[in-house]
Design a protein. Structure first.
Length: 190
């Protein structure tokens, strides 16, 4: 099951939750809310797994690139030694430029690997999340359910539900995309 599929399932369960709330079916709404949260958690777990696989892949690619860069640096140092012996400034400049470009490539690859290794957190599905999601869907659709939730006090909790990406998350995604694009450009065509 893909993350996209579980994400769609989450939306479907929220639609069922909305319908159940509109029909005053609180017990059914609880089930749909729990299903929605479970689907969201499945999606996040699949995303985490994908991220870990990407991180391992990135580490392997970085190791291969580092080995290649080390070999290139050896040849650059030898070239620099030859250039220094002849004191050909143009050749020295050319070798140094090549060396700097390779160092920039290493920096890009290292940056990409570090960004792909972001930390992950475990999530659960406590009852207050179910009640909070039910209240959020009810509020969005103008349905009154506060008295039906029993002793659960939801006031002030709905605002804590993330509603989307923050600017810093969008900036991080843009940076990650740019680094990934640069890394692809650096890889040799196979």
């Amino acid at each position: 099951m893909s993350g996209l599929e579980t994400s769609r399932d989450e939306i479907t369960e929220q639609a069922k939750l909305k319908k159940a709330l509109a029909q005053d079916n609180v017990e059914g709404a609880r089930i749909y809310a729990a299903n929605s949260i479970r689907k969201k958690n499945e999606s996040l777990n699949l995303l985490r797994l994908s991220s870990r696989i990407d991180a391992v892949s990135s580490r392997v690619e970085t190791a291969v690139a580092m080995r290649q860069v080390t070999g290139n640096m050896t040849s650059v140092v030898k070239g620099l030694d030859r250039a220094m012996q002849s004191m050909d400034l143009e050749r020295i400049s050319m070798v140094m430029d090549k060396f700097e470009n390779q160092l920039e490539d290493v920096d890009v690859q290292t940056s990409y690997m570090e960004s792909s290794m972001g930390s992950t957190t475990a999530t659960g599905m406590p009852q207050d999340q179910v009640d909070t999601l039910m209240q959020k869907v009810a509020d969005q659709n103008g349905i009154e359910i506060g008295h039906q939730l029993g002793e659960a006090r939801l006031e002030g909790r709905v605002a804590n539900i993330p509603t989307g990406e923050t600017e810093s998350q969008k900036s991080q995604i843009d940076t990650d995309d740019a680094l990934a694009q640069r890394l692809r450009a650096l890889r040799p065509a196979t």
